[in-house]
Design a protein around this ligand. Structure first.
Ligand code: FE
Length: 198
């Protein structure tokens, strides 16, 4: 193969690249296959938006818990038995109010508090969402079906590797007095990202 041909050689498909990395890890004694199987199981069974929904519902019902959740989201989530990878050093809980609406993104890639709100949806990873939600958040939210009154301030939070966010949506007035479990059932992933209201 000539130098030129080598330079333009196509990158292998993602499956082959992933298999090559897995093989290299196995050769070093890392049990990559087991790690992938375990992570896949956790994504499907444990790291679900239902976790964040429980945090939100408890915060709506229990003012002391809400105070702890807003002061240190990670510690409050650990209280309920949820887990974090070591590098998720902070979970910052952003409280929506009638005057302030919070929305999260990851301008660099796709970071979320995935053990709490689940893996990011595809649109969250799109360049378009990541670039535009920062610069024209009101328009992007409107395009996604959330039209906020002009007097509501929108705050956009850019996730980093060690600081993850979750939005604490406002409790719908018609649900005051509902039991916590029933409340958890109405909290959606999108409301905890901040692209929807309840
Ligand atoms: Fe990211």
């Amino acid at each position: 193969m000539s130098e030129t041909a080598r330079a333009v050689q196509a990158t292998a498909p993602v499956e082959r690249r992933a298999a090559a990395i897995e093989a290299a890890l196995e050769a070093q004694g890392w049990k990559a296959g087991e790690g992938i199987a375990e992570a896949t199981r956790k994504v499907e069974e444990e790291w679900l938006p239902a976790n964040g929904a429980r945090l939100v519902a408890k915060a709506w019902c229990d003012p002391d818990f809400k105070r702890r959740l807003l002061a240190d989201g990670r510690a409050a989530a650990l209280e309920l038995g949820f887990e974090f990878p070591r590098h998720h050093r902070h979970l910052v809980v952003l409280e929506n109010t009638p005057a302030v609406h919070n929305v999260i993104c990851c301008t660099l890639c796709s970071c979320t508090a995935f053990t709490i709100i689940g893996l990011p949806p595809d649109w969250y990873k799109d360049l378009e969402y990541r670039a535009r939600v920062v610069r024209e958040s009101r328009t992007v939210l409107k395009e996604m079906g959330l039209e906020l009154p002009p007097e509501v301030e929108i705050r956009v939070w850019d996730t980093t590797a060690d600081t993850r966010y979750v939005v604490l949506p406002m409790q719908p007035p018609g649900t005051i007095g509902w039991p916590e479990e029933r409340l958890a059932g109405i909290v959606t992933r999108d409301s905890m990202i901040g692209v929807a209201r309840l």
